[in-house]
Design a protein around this ligand. Structure first.
Ligand code: SAM
Length: 340
C-alpha cells in the first residue's frame, strides 16, 4: 500500500482496523434519528453518505481569469471532469478520471490563484449577502471568522476588488494560511485583523457581515472523519454561547438595512436553528430573510428537536443542507437583515 493510500485510510478512521461505521456513537445515531423523525431509511441514507469521501469543488477567481471557459477546458484536459455548482457562479464540482494525476491543490491553476479550492456548501453565505454589482468605495464588509479564507476570497471576488473587506480571525496560527490564501488570490482591498470576534471594537459601520461561526463540525465528517470519534453533544451549549456572542457583536456592527449571514458546518440544531431562534428572540430589530439558492435540494427541514419546537419561520427561511441531498458536506445558513 502506497503512502497516499495509507494516509487516506488513516484519515477515514480505519487505521486501527475499526471501520468508520462502527465508530459511530449511539448518541450520534439517536440524535440524527430524532432529526429524521425516527425514519430509519433516511438515517441509513445519510449515514451511508457521510461514510464516503467528499466531492471536491473549486471556484474560479474572476480577478485572475479573463476566460473562464478556457480555464475549464484546461482543467478538463488534465483528466478532471467538471460539473457546475448550481448555486454559485463560476464554481465546479470535480470528478477524477482514472488518468488524472493531480489533486486540485497541486494544479498550476491553484498555485497561480486562478482557482480557489472550496467545498460547494461553503459557497452559500457569500451568495446570500446581496453584494451589489457596482461597489461604492466606502462599501464595507466584515468577515468575522475568516481563516482559511474561502468565504473571504469569494466575497472579495463578488466585490470585484472594490470597497473594503475586513478579514478577522482570532487564532494567530490560522493567520498564516489566511494570509497565504489571500495573497495567492491577489486582492488588494482586504485588511486582516486578529481579534476575538465577540469583542471587535467599532460602531455600526458595515454594510454586510459574514458570521461563519466556529462549530462542532458535525456536517463535515466526509472531509474530516475523526469528527465521528470526537462527536460530543455535551459541548454544544457552550458552543452556542460562543456562536451567539459572535453573532450578537456582528449585528451591533452592522449598519441599519445591512445584511448578516450566520452559518456553520454543523448539523446540530443547538448550533443552527436553536441558536438563530435565541438570537432573534433577543434582537427585535433583526429580521430573518428568506434564504434561497438556485438548484439546491433541501429536504428534512427541522420543525422540532426532542421537546423543542422550532418556529415555522426559521424552518422555512433558513437553509439546512443535508449531505445526501446534494452529494456535499452538511451546512446551515441563515440570512438576517437589520431593520432601518
Ligand atoms: C468555520 S471556521 C471559518 C472558515 C472560514 N470562514 C472559511 O470559509 O474559510 C471558524 C474560524 O473561526 C475562528 N474563531 C474561533 N473563535 C473565534 C473568535 N472568538 N473570534 C474570531 N474567530 C474565531 C477559528 O479559529 C476558525 O478559523
Amino acid at each position: 500500500m502506497g503512502h497516499k493510500q495509507k494516509q487516506q485510510r488513516k484519515a477515514r478512521g480505519n487505521d486501527l482496523g475499526i471501520p468508520l461505521k462502527e465508530q459511530i456513537k449511539p448518541i450520534f445515531k439517536e440524535r440524527f434519528m430524532e432529526m429524521f423523525n425516527q425514519n430509519e431509511e433516511t438515517y441509513n441514507t445519510f449515514e451511508a453518505c457521510i461514510l464516503t469521501p467528499q466531492r471536491k469543488s473549486f471556484r474560479i477567481n474572476s480577478q485572475r481569469v479573463q476566460d473562464p471557459k478556457q480555464l475549464v477546458k484546461d482543467i478538463e484536459a488534465k483528466g478532471i471532469t467538471l460539473s457546475e455548482v448550481p448555486w454559485c457562479n463560476n464554481a465546479y464540482f470535480t470528478e477524477y478520471n482514472k488518468e488524472a494525476r493531480s489533486d486540485l491543490g497541486n494544479l498550476y491553476e491553484h498555485f497561480m490563484g486562478r482557482i480557489y479550492v472550496q467545498e460547494a456548501t461553503s459557497m452559500s453565505p457569500p451568495e446570500l449577502l446581496e453584494i451589489p454589482s457596482k461597489i461604492d468605495k466606502n462599501f464595507k464588509v466584515l468577515d468575522m471568522c475568516s481563516s482559511p479564507g474561502s468565504k473571504t476570497t469569494q466575497i472579495a471576488d463578488l466585490m470585484k476588488g472594490e470597497g473594503i473587506l475586513v478579514a478577522n480571525e482570532l487564532d494567530f496560527k490560522r493567520l498564516g494560511p489566511l494570509k497565504i490564501n489571500l495573497e495567492r488570490a491577489g486582492y488588494t482591498n482586504i485588511v486582516i485583523t486578529n481579534q476575538d470576534a465577540s469583542r471587535i471594537k467599532g460602531e455600526e459601520v458595515y454594510d454586510r457581515i459574514c458570521c461563519d461561526a466556529p462549530c462542532s463540525g458535525s456536517g463535515v465528517i466526509r472531509k474530516s472523519p475523526k469528527t465521528i470519534k470526537t462527536y460530543n453533544p455535551k459541548k454544544l451549549h457552550g458552543m452556542q454561547d460562543l456562536q451567539i456572542s459572535i453573532l450578537q457583536r456582528g449585528f451591533e456592527l452592522l449598519k441599519k438595512g445591512g445584511i448578516i449571514t450566520y452559518s456553520t458546518c454543523s448539523m446540530d440544531p443547538e448550533e443552527n436553528e436553536l441558536c438563530v431562534q435565541r438570537f432573534l428572540d433577543a434582537n427585535p430589530t433583526a429580521v430573518l430573510e428568506q434564504a434561497t439558492l438556485p438548484g439546491l435540494i433541501l429536504t428534512n427541514k427541522l420543525t422540532h428537536f426532542y421537546k423543542r419546537e422550532i418556529s415555522k419561520e426559521i424552518t422555512e427561511k433558513t437553509i439546512r443542507i443535508w449531505p445526501q441531498d446534494n452529494d456535499t458536506n452538511g451546512f446551515y445558513v441563515a440570512k438576517i437583515r437589520k431593520s432601518e
